[in-house]
Every structure is written in C-alpha cells, then in structure tokens.
Design a protein around this ligand. Sequence first.
Ligand code: SF4
Length: 214
Amino acid sequence: MKKESLLKEELKRGQADPLPVMEHFYTLQGEGAWTGEPAYFVRLAGCDVGCHWCDVKESWKVSPDQYHKGKEIANWVESSGSQRVVITGGEPTIYDLGPLTQEFSAKGIKTHIETAGVHPYTGKFDWICFSPKKFLKPREEYYQLANELKIIIYNKHDFKWAEEHAEKCHPQTQLFLQVEWTKRAELSQEIIDYIKRNPKWRLSQQTHKYLDIP
Ligand code: SF4
C-alpha cells in the first residue's frame, strides 16, 4: 500500500470524540518498560506514518463503523477490572486525546500512550512511550515528554539512529532497543552485544508474540 493512499478523508485529523477503535482487549503489556503488567489495550484506527515493516497494517485504514464515544471506551476498561489503559494504534496522536483521557482520569484509570510522536501532544498521560520512526519526522516536544524511548532496530544502521534520538531525550527517559520481529534471528545478538557495550540501553522484547497472546 502506498503511503500517499493512507490519508483517507475519513481519517479526521484532530477529531476528539468519538474516536475510531480498531480493536480493544485486556492483556499484559508485552514490551518496553511495563512488560508483564496487566493493561487494557485500545488500538485506535488510522496511521499516516507508513512503516514498511509495520505488523498492524490493518490499523491504517479507518471505517465508519469503528467510532466509539470516549465514555463507552472508558467503560470497557473499567468493566474489565484493569487499572491501566494503553492507547496505541495506528498513530493515536492523529486525534485530540483530551476528552478520552478525561474519561479515564474520572474513573481513576492510569493512562499510557504508544506513539511515533508525529502530531501534537494532547490529553494527559501517566506514561508516554515514544517510538520515533524514519518514515515521518517526530515533533520535538516528544523528546522531553517521553518516559520511555523505544527504538525498533531493523538494520545495523539503526544503532546510530537510536543514539541520535536518545541524545535529545530528557535525562530520565528510559531507553529501549527492540528488534523488528522479522529480523530477530539476524539482529538479536547484535542488539544484546550493543547493550552490553552501551548499558544506558535496555532490551525490549515482544513477549506477547513469543507467548502468542494478544
Ligand atoms: S507507526 Fe506503528 S502503526 Fe503506523 S505504520 Fe509504523 S508501526 Fe505501523
């Protein structure tokens, strides 16, 4: 699919409520700083970043039957018993997330976001996982906002690229390297060796894929 074709008219940039949800489910966070923590995942539909190795390309397109009000989304999370929600995508910053995070906040639910940081930061999140991509430049504000920087390693040049992003982050930002899933046989050992030489980084693994859970 060509990147140009991703920005459909129905992808209403800036829309706040309702929001298009591709899927939602209660599971364990599979990767990054919160690996193993139970969390309710809300995957918003729509992405204009266009990573060629994307493992959720079905999230790029938005359809009219996917829209749900923020109140309903917050009720899903509350009913599951989860104390924590992860807003992911797609690229969730396409939308104004203020009203949605207010709904979570009113219920005392901790909010996380996973974003490539390509659109303005909106809403109020307890944890920001910033994962910049080469295919669309991130906005500068995310380097200081990020609690966690997660860099996907697809080839050997990506270590240098990772360092360029790490240099711009807040000193408290936790730094993670994660192999792109199809490259794990080829690059996992390189990443482990790199982290041993550069211990400010930690390894992030997609444990949900190894365990075959959502
Ligand atoms: S930003 Fe995420 S959802 Fe969008 S193309 Fe890249 S990996 Fe896929």
